[in-house]
Design a protein around this ligand. Sequence first.
Ligand SMILES: [Zn+2]
Length: 64
Amino acid sequence: MVPLKHKKIICPRCTGNGFFKVKESIDRARDKVVQCPMCNSQGEIDEEKVNTVYVNADGLHRLH
Ligand SMILES: [Zn+2]
């Protein structure tokens, strides 16, 4: 039997960079680079994982 291999897709949060920029604060419009928590800075993510995680304006959410 062939073991089921998880398909990797580009992380939607950082679009494959492994990090993304956020504004430091509302007052200071400086960009701050943060490591991507969704893919652990890998830039790609298991397709299976994407089905249970979604991102909206409030941040990262995990479905059960
Ligand atoms: Zn990512």
